[in-house]
Design a protein around this ligand. Sequence first.
Ligand code: SF4
Length: 618
Amino acid sequence: MDRPAKLSLDERMTYKRTLDLNQHREPMLAILRTVIDRAGMTSDDINRLVKIHARTLGIMYGRDELIAAYRHFAASGDLPAFDPAVIERLRVKPIRTSSGVTPVTVLTKPFPCPGECIFCPNDVRMPKSYLSDEPGAQRAEQNSFDPYLQTYTRLQAFYNTGHPTDKIEIIVLGGTWSFYPETYQIWFIKRIFDALHDFGVQHDRRPEVEAALKSVSQLHPEHNTANVIIHGADMAQTYNQAVQRVYESEMARSRQIAAKVAETERSPVDEYATWEELEAAHRFNETAPCRCVGLVIETRPDHISEEEVLRVRRLGCTKVQIGFQSLNDDVLRKNKRGHTVAATRRAVKLLRQAGFKIHAHWMPNLYGSSPDLDIDDYTRMFADPDFRPDELKIYPCSLIDSAELMRFYEAGLWQPYTHDELLRVLTECFQRTPEYCRLTRVIRDIPGTDIVVGNKATNFRQIVEDELKHRGIKGSDIRAREVRLRSVTPDQLERDELRYATSAGEEVFLQYITQDRAIAGFLRLSLPDPDLAPLTDELVQAAIIREVHVYGQAVDIGESSAGRAQHAGLGTALIERAAEIAREHGCAKLAVISAIGTRGYYRKRGFEDGKLYQVRTL
Ligand code: SF4
């Protein structure tokens, strides 16, 4: 059966057709030899070549098939020795991993959320705030929301499409992470690490997990038949009420697991693991072929406490996505957000003191706001030292039928911004974003069919960038300046230092940039306020490296990719400069909030393992 003509990237990544490579040997080799010989081939050139062969063969090869064939024939000696550059040419979308790591998103299961935010979708089949027809959510549902299945399947899809799988950023999404039971959290993260490990050695245990889920879990697709629809206009029941009722047996199964703790035999789908088991999985990952170089969770400001930041750190987390949504108490109250701006200030301070990267979510067009209020709010986010996030998702409020906002819309109390209003707000926001912040997303990628009224253009970022370009303004945030696939040499780069105050001390943003300020690498250094008590003994008199990021196509650990920024030694140069600055500031130590898979990297640079951080004495 041939591949259907038009599939989305996600469909292509999960589409399965098993070709007998030996049967297709000659045409495959002909295509691949051309790709090998012509280093300058573009993606369009490859498409044309594949189409020419398709005319005579009657079969159109997919990129994943060509990549599999290349690996196969390079290993068998039918083609010259394996060259990662050929995989780069064959890849459909090199941009996905161009920031140096491959992101794997994993969703938690449907579960109550402490929030009652009126703009938040209430899709009972999903963890709070996600919609079942978003591509990532569909993948999670197909995999029973199981962390092992989701991680392994995603890694396999990336591998099949030629993406590197040695450096992985794990992004855990869904509701409020800190509200899930601790045992679930430990188990969830441990199972992700199990999948990284198994994938690295190609030991696929998915059939075993799948069978176990099928026999015990209501979340298995064959049993997950929930069809409760919540209409925000009447809110006859809340998400929390519905999810507890619909998934009653799944919730009971989770509770009963606690009673099984004493048993020696545990099924891989029993949502229980100990800290010791997780830490053993961490240690395993330090030298594994498939390493976790970043771990992200998402939570609410009022669920951050001293205890929580240290607990989340113990899970191996390096970045926290946190919903600011608004910095205006009146707007927060009107949207039933359930916390004040003071909670956001406190959360940011604690996260920063603990060295986390802070990835904020902010929403213009909330009920009770206006374009001018939003622009003020955004301005405050970077003018006030209590906020100043490292990364930001701007999600203009969208009206979803299941959200309580429907009532306000129907009563004429809320309207979506017009195209021009939204464009005005976002162009102002872009211009107010400092160089140290990365605008990771602008507009949430909600399927247009779910949006009742308002903007449906998911390419609004492009629209804003075009508008700014038209006015002769260049974006200054990190994403707008990344060198991406551009080759840069060290002599084209100069070091630049940006200092700004925060609620936890002083922040230094070290960056290597070209003359036109394109960014090839950066480091975030927190110099602590001496009047603030450190959160742990490890951080006494310590400056903290919160992030080191060097751009360039992710290449397998140990391989180099000529000319790309990632291997120009920028990471080491940034760390050495950070050590100098920390010393000048009077710090006795330099700590780093390293990811599990980067511990080896820091050890080589003089850092010693502590309990939650790695520390270098200055
Ligand atoms: S806290 Fe987040 S997930 Fe929970 S209701 Fe509010 S927006 Fe939705």
